[in-house]
Design a protein around this ligand. Structure first.
Ligand code: SF4
Length: 296
């Protein structure tokens, strides 16, 4: 299994690359009424937006501030502009999208774009735009799939199907765009077998990367209320269970796919469960100890 940094190093040889999160003021079709208003049951978008991402700041200003933050430590660093919050292909016409993406891609030191979005929000003209930009600098699509079970997608109020995921990945990949899928482990009603099936189904698609994390129950979300009221059929993972699951996932994911991440780390005051108090490197140390036993 190669690491995500090795993967980036193969694409950008000899260059240290860091993502800079950009909040371009996008909304989400599952919140603004386009397809729904309640959002996904586990979602609390402020749990993954860094403080320097203020919507009223321009994209280029956010990138400059992000660069200033990282360049103190690594002056030679290059950057991927990461359109992370909400659904970054939604609610704007194609000219407005192009203007935003070009503002980012043209910033000095930016070597590529990462666009986080939903599978049902990638019409052909957006794929075409991303393919054009990809000819200028690498574009990475991060598509939220979360699970391959349509029943779970219904329970968590995603308002899209697994077929939408397959369709989006295939169209993007056919246009030369690198795709990553996002999955969540431990969604309501899903056992270990279903999670491993989700991973296998994701790996059957032409993706480059997988981003996986444990379901976190966050204060202020519908999922938290369902869990508190005993309505959600789920038990948060213990650390040992989750490590064991991740080790199995490493065993079944083919070498051509890079696992970018296993752990979500929302601000501790938002998280109700599970509360492991581990940083990513600490989790990876524990996981690597298990994986290295496989190799003996
Ligand atoms: S997880 Fe994504 S799609 Fe779901 S409500 Fe949050 S921003 Fe919208």
């Amino acid at each position: 299994m190669i690491s995500y940094s090795e993967y980036l190093n193969n694409i950008f040889p000899g260059v240290k690359v860091q993502k800079i999160s950009v909040n371009a003021g996008f909304s989400c079709p599952n919140r603004d009424g386009t397809i729904g208003t309640g959002g996904c049951s586990y979602c609390r978008n402020d749990s993954f937006s860094p403080a320097y991402c203020m919507t009223r700041k321009s994209v280029s200003l956010q990138i400059e501030e992000g660069k200033a933050f990282f360049a103190r430590k690594y002056p030679e660093m290059k950057y991927l502009a990461y359109f992370q919050s909400y659904t970054n292909t939604h609610g704007r016409n194609i000219e407005a999208l192009e203007s935003l993406y070009r503002e980012a891609i043209d910033c000095e030191g930016v070597v590529g774009l990462v666009i986080g979005t939903r599978p049902d929000t990638l019409p052909d003209n957006v794929i075409g735009l991303l393919a054009d930009l990809n000819r200028q600098k690498p574009v990475f699509l991060e598509i939220g799939a979360e699970t391959s079970s349509d029943e779970t997608l219904r329970i968590i109020n995603r308002h899209h199907s697994w077929k939408d995921v397959k369709d989006a990945v295939n169209r993007a990949s056919n246009n030369g765009i690198r795709c990553g899928l996002h999955l969540i482990a431990g969604l309501p009603g899903e056992n270990r077998e279903q999670i491993l099936l989700n991973v296998a189904n994701a790996c059957s698609l032409p993706i480059d990367t997988l981003k996986l994390h444990q379901l976190q129950i966050l204060k202020g979300t519908p999922l938290y209320e369902e869990w508190r009221n005993g309505m959600a059929e789920m038990t948060p993972f213990s650390l040992e269970e989750y490590l064991d699951l991740c080790a199995e996932i490493v065993r079944i994911v083919p070498d051509r796919i890079v696992i970018e991440r296993f752990l979500a780390q929302s601000p501790p005051d938002m998280v109700v469960a599970p509360k492991w108090g581990l940083k990513n490197y600490q989790f990876m140390n524990l996981l690597n100890q298990i994986i290295s036993k496989d190799k003996r």
